[in-house]
Design a protein around this ligand. Structure first.
Ligand SMILES: [Zn+2]
Length: 384
């Protein structure tokens, strides 16, 4: 069975274990004489895998990483025309959850392992598979820390997220936070004695919206992005237990998607200082127990194109595409870049087709990806 179909058959929805997939790939690599390094989630139920095909002289440091995430988004509530965990081909398209995001790329890379191993590589070639990308790039940092600890120091990384096989050089950062507003509960007939957590949460949420409106109205702007400014929004909220109780707790989560040039720490600080310097004193006037807390859910740093690496030039040359393409979705590229590993995004399929019912990748795209990777590997061979 082709690798892409084998990968798809594992239901690696982010909430599930990905060990079935990881161990299958690991065992295959072992059978080829490659011993991958696994880094585990604290629960032990998920792992990243990093495998190195050494250079012809045996060196294992430096080189290029081909990177993909193994998890997929849920299919809950989606109406599929075929089993999402069984690759189904019709009309030149391969349908399945993860077909384009991003088992198509991983499967294509794995299918080329024999050619990679047959090449006298000037520098090592690494394969990186991560977990929990879809829930905020939570897995890859463990793998990157391990690379740093082992001194692997790759010179560049290709992230095979769906870009239609055209290089993407920058993306926004995604910063997801939860805000817990603690008021004070009393019977609603006694509202002046309570602190209404929902009402103060509403003020927080309006502040975040006002901040977002300011970025929209005043910039900074980067017209290479579809949405050319930094955005922020509240995505989920819960609070209150009954109509006749002043709510003591309201929680909401908000996200900031920053342009690479915008300091997101500064935005978060403004939000927190509105809470602590403006709202909390007012709340404490009503009851001393009141407080507002923030917790970071996930942060995926932006990918900045300010200093593009040699890897970007190489991918541009191979794809003959020199456009400065920037996207609004996040990837693990920003994490690699932040760790000093230049990264570029280039993979088969269209992000438009990801995450939806009947997700698919065009077979043409998979062929183009295989051709690209083949040329890329050939380009890494020792000059004869
Ligand atoms: Zn993805």
């Amino acid at each position: 069975m082709p690798w892409i179909e084998r990968l798809i058959a594992f239901d690696t929805t982010s909430r599930n274990s990905n060990l079935g997939l990881i161990e299958t790939v690991r065992d295959h690599l072992r059978s080829l004489g490659v011993e991958p390094v696994l880094t585990y989630h604290a629960s032990g139920t998920k792992a990243n895998m990093f495998a190195t095909l050494p250079a012809h002289d045996g060196s294992t440091t430096g080189g290029i990483v081909l990177s993909g995430h193994t998890d997929v988004v849920p299919v809950d509530g989606q109406a599929w025309n075929s089993d999402p965990f069984k690759a189904t081909t019709r009309d030149g398209k391969l349908y399945a959850r993860g077909a384009c995001d991003m088992k198509g790329f991983i499967g294509t890379a794995l299918s080329l392992l024999p050619e990679m191993q047959a090449t006298r590589l000037a520098r090592p070639l690494h394969l990186a598979l991560s977990f929990d990308e879809e829930v905020g790039c939570a897995g890859a940092p463990l793998m990157i820390m391990d690379l740093q600890a082992r001194g692997v120091l790759p010179e560049g990384c290709i992230i095979g997220e769906p870009t239609g096989m055209r290089p993407v050089v920058a993306h926004k950062g995604i910063n997801l936070y939860r805000c817990h507003v603690h008021g004070h509960a009393v019977h609603s007939s006694l509202t002046p004695q309570g602190v209404n957590a929902i009402e103060y949460a509403a003020r927080m949420i309006c502040f975040i919206r006002d901040l977002a409106d300011k970025y929209r109205a005043e910039g900074p702007y980067d017209q290479h992005f579809e949405v050319p400014f930094t955005t922020a929004q509240t995505g989920m909220i819960s609070g209150g237990i009954a109509n006749n109780v002043v709510p003591s707790l309201c929680e909401f989560s908000f996200q900031v998607r920053n342009l690479p040039t915008v300091n997101v720490g500064e935005i978060i600080r403004q939000i927190q200082s509105y809470a602590h310097d403006v709202l909390v004193p007012r709340m404490r006037d009503e009851h001393p127990d009141a407080r507002i807390e923030f917790s970071k859910i996930s942060v995926a740093p932006a990918l900045d194109d300010a200093q593009e690496g040699a890897i970007t030039e190489r991918v541009r040359t191979l794809t003959q595409d020199h456009d400065k393409r920037k996207v609004s979705y996040g990837t693990e590229a920003g994490l690699f870049k932040a760790a000093g590993i230049p990264a570029v995004i280039c993979g088969p399929g269209d992000i438009e087709q990801a995450h939806k019912a009947d997700e698919f990748v065009a077979l043409d795209q998979l062929r183009e990806c295989a051709l690209f990777l083949r040329r890329f590997v050939r380009g890494m061979a020792v000059a004869e």
